[in-house]
Design a protein around this ligand. Structure first.
Ligand SMILES: *Cc1c(COP(=O)(O)O)cnc(C)c1O
Length: 428
């Protein structure tokens, strides 16, 4: 496979864009720093600037659950753009989208549109603090909630020590209210509540962790979070930027039957356009301006094109019978083929249409077990798959996202490519 045009564009881009990319994971740093530049995409496929085509499992990191450039979504975008690209005034479609979100997730009594998942999370936390009058929040190691200052944090050296910034440019003071617990570890949460009684505004969690690779919640973990937050007068925030409309039309909250106070959405809710949404219980969201004292605004929020794309995507997801069952079945087929082929060397985690292949013999249930993975082994597998026409995430710690456009031909080709890898390896 040739990558000359990608290589040339990468050189040019590095001269004008930090690292040549507009979001760091795209630089392929953890698999060798030779990114592929894409040109177009259709259905389950993406096409690069050298004329190579791939079966895509990145799906723009989640949004393209209906496949790329779905004709109905493209049509909605074309039609909306002819009516004007932005007004900065309320429109009928924003109400339609909020109503649609409420129909899918009844906990979203009031919701506000923003332009990214980062913004949605940042604003939900502000609302939680405004509502409770408390400053501290608990997040989990390995969960990602966007790049706002207060969430780029890692745990200090001891379990109850002060958190420290996990990025340059973030002052210690910005993370001093963010406490870090262990995913799937009830005890770590209990300890933080005990040590900070009456001070915790909210617990924020990815109901299925999908930013350290896919790590589903242990049974009882989410109900425990619901219970302890309720007892302690804190709010429970589900960051459903990935799981919303992916685990099912009602997201993780429907899938697990655990209802949070606030929810953040992104990715699928924009149908491929930049959208985030935060919302939840009416009395909490009524603290947001103009109703209440919690300020939050956005010049392009509720943008008519983005709203049209999101609405078209949600309408399709709602009206396509059996779409989630089919997605799950296809994911299962790949997961089983990979498990069978690689045996004990990998841990395959799968839930709904999300999966990860961890190159570790451990059972991956949290950040420590996830990071026990052999990232060099993943990188070698990644390049084999890419050269076989299968586009996986260029990092061990990202999910594979299946779409409704992946057919049995694509699924079988993917399984074959994985089997061929193990064969070529054993020849070495
Ligand atoms: C992607 C993601 C975000 C951030 O969304 P952006 O649109 O990239 O700002 C937040 N939370 C989770 C769980 C995500 O996966």
């Amino acid at each position: 496979m040739q990558f000359q045009n990608s290589e040339r564009l990468f050189e040019l881009s590095q001269k004008r864009i930090p690292g040549g990319v507009n979001s760091p994971v795209r630089a392929y740093l953890s698999v060798g720093n030779r990114p592929v530049f894409l040109k177009s995409a259709k259905g389950p496929h993406v096409f690069d600037v050298d004329g190579n085509s791939y079966i895509d499992y990145v799906s723009s990191w989640g949004p393209c659950i209906l496949g790329h450039a779905h004709p109905k979504i493209v049509e909605a975008v074309k039609k909306a753009s002819e009516d004007g690209l932005s007004f900065g005034a309320p429109t009928e479609r924003e109400w339609e989208l909020a109503e649609m979100i409420f129909a899918c997730m009844p906990s979203m009594e009031l919701s506000r549109m923003v332009n990214s998942g980062t913004e949605a999370v940042m604003s939900a936390i502000r609302a939680a603090r405004g509502f409770t009058g408390r400053d501290k929040i608990i997040k989990f190691r390995g969960c990602y909630h966007g790049h706002s200052d207060g969430l780029l944090v890692k745990a200090g050296s001891g379990a109850l020590t002060q958190s420290v910034p996990d990025s340059g440019g973030v002052p210690y003071d910005c993370v001093k209210h963010t406490l870090v617990a262990e995913y799937n570890d009830n005890n770590s949460v209990e300890q933080l509540f005990t040590a900070n009684r009456g001070e915790i505004a909210a617990v924020i969690v990815e109901p299925v962790a999908a930013n350290m690779g896919v790590v589903p919640p242990k049974s009882g973990f989410l109900p425990f979070l619901r219970e302890i937050t309720k007892n302690e007068g804190a709010l429970l925030i589900f960051d459903e930027v990935i799981t919303g409309f992916r685990l099912g039309i009602g997201g993780a909250q429907q899938y697990f039957g655990v209802v949070p106070d606030l929810t953040t959405l992104g990715k699928i809710v924009g149908g491929g356009m930049p959208v985030g949404v935060y919302g939840g219980r009416k009395e909490i969201m009524e603290t947001v301006a103009p109703l209440g004292p919690v300020y939050q605004a956005g010049t392009l929020s509720g943008n008519p094109i983005a709203t049209a794309a999101g609405l078209a995507a949600l309408r399709l997801l709602r009206s396509t019978e059996g779409i989630y069952e089919a997605l799950e079945q296809k994911t299962k087929t790949i997961a089983e083929a990979v498990s069978e082929t690689f045996g004990e060397r990998v841990c395959v985690n799968r839930i709904g249409s999300l999966m990860s292949i961890f190159f570790t013999e451990q059972n991956v249930v949290d950040f420590n077990s996830a990071t026990s993975s052999d990232t060099d082994a993943y990188a070698a597998f990644f390049w084999h798959m890419l050269e076989s026409g299968v586009y996986l995430a260029p990092s061990q710690f990202e999910a594979m996202f299946l779409s409704a456009a992946h057919g049995s031909v694509e699924i079988e080709r993917t399984c074959e490519a994985a089997r061929a890898y193990v064969k070529t390896e054993s020849l070495k």
